[in-house]
Design a protein around this ligand. Sequence first.
Ligand code: TYM
Length: 347
Amino acid sequence: MTDPAPVPQPFPPRIFSGIQPSGGLTLGNYLGALKRFVEKQDEGIQTVYCLVDMHAITVWQDPAKLRHATREAAAGFIAAGIDPARSILFNQSQVTAHVELGWIFSCIARMGWMSRMTQFKDKAGKNSENVSLGLFAYPALMAADILAYKATHVPVGEDQKQHLELCRDIAIKFNNDYGVNFFPVVEPVIEGAATRVMSLRDGTKKMSKSDPSDQSRINLTDSADDISKKIRKAKTDPEPLPETLDGLKDRPEARNLVNIYAALAGQTPEQVIADFAGAQFGTFKPALADLAVAKLEPITTEMVRLMQDPAEIDRILGAGAVRADALARPVLDQVYDIIGMIRSRPR
Ligand code: TYM
């Protein structure tokens, strides 16, 4: 993806994105999403960022751990550069418009559309009779997250592309079914060198917080020592780095480390290859480890500091939820009106 394509009027540009607080944040979340959320905030477009705790419970979560992970993710956002005064930062369950619109979208989306979601198929595996109904309906709630704000652009990693296509289909079908031009057809914003960060143990698998092996990922809470060790032990092949990017074809682990370096350094993979052409991993890995520590350690340190005052984090999320609600509630009121619901309760 290049620059966000313009969405036709009357929809002013607005960014929405979310991350599940179902475990710690990984380097994949940081490079694929969070780092880019900060860039968007700094471009001066209105930005709304959400910790999607309702999505997290599509798989059972220990309540104490969920609460902790939600605060820790909020601390990660702020430590990475999200300014709660400029961006709206909140957790999903505090703004009930999401689930209300999620239900309405469950009645718009078709079973066939949902059945084609590859992430559901991957997560459910052979166990599809036994996973929650919420896991199946998950992308309808995700569409509601976005469209409750009439967001026009959604920065995400590559793995969310199909869910955003579904969000577009839902917006189009809603508009057609009710003869309105009410919801924007969102543009996915999938940009940069690290739209799909891969596991450090297997270059064909996505880096994920749910991978059983902690060695497969870098967590934003890892110490400098852990980060260095994980990178030095990352799976690679015996060849040196090639002269051109083409030489990384069929070398998924090497390609992944080059992409990570590029994203952390704010360079293109071509620039990284130009600088390290012919280098052995014995040279490249320590350089990558130093770069990763230099970029991530300040974030980790700030996260730890912020986590010492959970009440302040809760206050920030609450204040963000009030601002989010002020945007979403009028949209929901209009939706209820469009679909024919009587709203006569005195307020
Ligand atoms: P989640 O919580 O799995 O991931 C959050 C964001 O991080 C990106 N990401 C990655 N990017 C690159 N490489 C990786 N290995 C990697 N792993 C994760 C994801 O693409 C995502 O952008 N369904 C969403 C959460 C969500 C949402 C939304 C997103 C709910 N509602 C509305 C956008 C808009 C999810 O599970 O992301």
